[in-house]
Design a binder for this molecule. Structure first.
Ligand SMILES: Nc1nc2c(ncn2[C@@H]2O[C@H](COP(=O)(O)OP(=O)(O)OP(=O)(O)O)[C@@H](O)[C@H]2O)c(=O)[nH]1
Ligand SMILES: [Zn+2]
Length: 360
């Protein structure tokens, strides 16, 4: 497969899939979706593509079938210069955000991500509950989560903060770095190396506004690629980034920088929640009742662990809150799924009719 596609993070399973694609179609990777069009990186550079009729039909049945940043796709170049996105190749992983007050099935923020870096500034002091939220979202995706504590140049005790964070992040590495001084950046760079059969890795950055994501991308790339916001008096950046970009780094590897996420909701399955709290999941196996809610039942192993101090109350509280949220999302999903699919179909078929008006 071409070096260009490899630089865009092509993995072996996608490469194999592309071999079965008809020759008149052109492969590429979606960098961004906006205004009903996708910016797609191909071997011959970026193009803007609209949706094919077949893709629209798929989207009518499933809103998540629509392209998102990170997708591998195939394009058709028409004689009249139109470019249509014919189909989205199977996704290896998906980062899904359940929309707050929005659609029922979560919005796919990015796909085919190998590693999710949860970027957290060491100033202001990291919010552990928020990190646990991001971790649940990240585990749900199928990608490997890593917590990156940045702005280490601003604090004296970065390593001890990292130890506290590690307790809340079982199964995930916790890195400490500074985009400003370059300290610890080699460990962050190593996340992009990937594996032999998967090629270079795709790294997605999650994190609150002002956490330091853009600065991290710039440090990785070695050049200014993204606007870095002026710092506010309270240490937070302004919330202005609305772009979602896919960046192929010169030294290999791809970074996906999603817009600053605030108030992220959990996806409904609850699997991410279980993965982010393996300690509680393991305890639950020992409860007397299979359907124990771990609140007040007799013989509850979770309550017992709280009593003997082996499970911190703070962590239990955090889990209860996130579980409530996941349950709420699940209930709402049932009700809204049909309405949403229908709305999307109406929107999509309108734009299809607009784009396919008979030509004179
Ligand atoms: N001292 C120091 N400041 C940093 C570091 N990384 C980022 N900053 C500052 O923190 C502020 C926010 O950084 P950004 O990189 O724009 O943060 P962001 O996460 O991209 O923010 P959004 O685009 O709003 O999502 C800026 O003023 C940066 O200069 C660092 O390692 N050390
Ligand atoms: Zn229990």
């Amino acid at each position: 497969m071409s070096a260009t596609l490899q630089a865009l993070g092509l993995d072996s399973s996608t490469a194999e899939f592309l071999q079965s694609v008809p020759e008149d179609l052109v492969p590429g990777r979606v960098a961004r979706v906006d205004k009903g069009l996708a910016t797609v990186f191909t071997e011959d550079g970026p193009v803007r593509a609209s949706w094919s009729g077949a893709l629209l039909a798929e989207m009518a049945a499933d809103a998540q079938a629509g392209p998102c940043t990170g997708d591998w796709v195939v394009l058709r170049f028409w004689p009249d210069d139109r470019i249509t996105l014919e189909s989205v190749l199977p996704r290896r992983t998906t980062i899904v955000r359940a929309e707050v007050g929005g659609s029922s099935r979560g919005q796919v923020l990015a796909s085919n991500v190998d590693v999710i870096a949860i970027v957290v500034g060491l100033v202001p002091e990291p919010n552990i509950v928020r990190i646990e939220r991001f971790l649940a979202l990240a585990w749900e995706s199928g990608a490997r989560p890593v917590v990156v504590l940045t702005k280490s140049d601003l604090v004296g005790d970065a390593e001890s903060v990292a130890e506290d964070v590690a307790v809340a992040a079982p199964g995930a590495d916790v890195l400490v770095c500074s985009a400003t001084t370059g300290a610890g950046m080699d460990d962050v760079r190593a996340l992009l190396r990937g594996s032999e059969d998967l090629g270079n890795a795709t790294l997605a950055l999650l994190g609150s506004s002002g956490a330091g994501k853009s600065s991290l991308v710039n440090a990785l790339a070695g050049v200014e690629l993204l606007d870095v916001q002026d710092i506010r008096e309270d240490g937070k950046g302004r919330h202005t980034s609305v772009r979602r970009e896919l960046i192929a780094l010169p030294q290999g590897g791809v970074v996906i920088d999603t817009p600053g996420l605030r108030g992220i909701g959990l996806q409904e399955s609850g699997e991410g929640l279980a993965a982010a709290f393996p300690d509680i999941t393991a305890l639950a196996d020992h409860c007397k009742f299979k359907d124990c809610s771990h609140v007040m039942e007799p013989g509850c192993a979770v309550q017992a662990a709280l009593d003997d101090g082996s499970l911190p109350y703070r962590r239990y509280d955090s889990w209860v809150k996130l579980r409530r949220e996941a349950a709420y999302m699940a209930r709402r999903a049932d009700v809204r799924l049909r309405t949403e699919a229908k709305k999307e179909w109406v929107r999509a078929s309108k734009s299809y009719r607009r784009d396919h008006k008979p030509r004179p």
